[in-house]
Design a protein around this ligand. Structure first.
Ligand code: ADP
Length: 169
């Protein structure tokens, strides 16, 4: 099942929350900063040992002080106008996060709107990619949550969820 919710992803009691991280995996602004703040300094210490993460890939860490058991950090693309492979990189970020979750027996997972903040990816196409990839993995999870920080973002996701009913890959 895929659900859209509104609120702070750091509060969610799920098996894994996904972080829209930067390639260092050592913390940053936006949702990344909120997750590191809530997880505590151990997340940064743990991630130091991971040696970073290229755009489109994903890495897993414990949740430390978070209610979530794991943090899956992925790096979405910076938007440069759409002609530099951004859609495939964003697809890969979602796909690799979900594959890594399955490898770690995660049954419930929550995603923020990856790349749509500081990285500048336009929200409507980003939500369409998010929902399309989630549809392909839906049956292998109990719950995939699209955690939106505001109601206006949630409205865009709800619309995409209605329009995109199946996995098209
Ligand atoms: P990126 O660098 O990938 O663009 P940002 O953190 O700047 O990442 O923004 C990604 C999305 O996460 C934005 O829609 C932003 O509003 C949202 N966001 C910021 N803080 C939180 C939070 N605590 N919980 C859920 N979403 C958040």
């Amino acid at each position: 099942m895929i659900e859209v919710c509104t609120g702070d992803i750091t509060r969610l009691d799920v098996d894994a929350i996904v972080n829209a991280a930067n390639p260092s995996l050592l913390g940053g602004g936006g949702v990344d900063g909120a997750i590191h703040q809530a997880a505590g300094p151990q997340l940064r210490e743990f991630n130091r040992g991971l040696g970073g993460c290229p755009t489109g890939e994903a890495r897993i860490s414990p949740g430390f002080r978070l209610p979530a058991r794991h943090v899956i950090s992925t790096v979405g693309p910076v938007w440069h106008g759409g002609e530099q492979g951004e859609p495939d990189l964003l697809k890969n970020a979602y796909r690799h996060s979900l594959e890594l979750a399955l490898d770690n027996r995660v049954r419930s997972i929550a995603f923020p709107a990856i790349s749509t903040g500081v990285y500048g990816y336009p929200l409507v196409p980003a939500a369409e990619i998010a929902i399309s990839v989630m549809r392909c993995f839906e049956s292998r999870f109990d719950l995939i949550l699209a955690c939106c920080f505001s109601q206006s973002v949630a409205d865009v996701y709800e619309d995409a969820l209605e329009r995109i009913a199946d996995c098209s890959e």
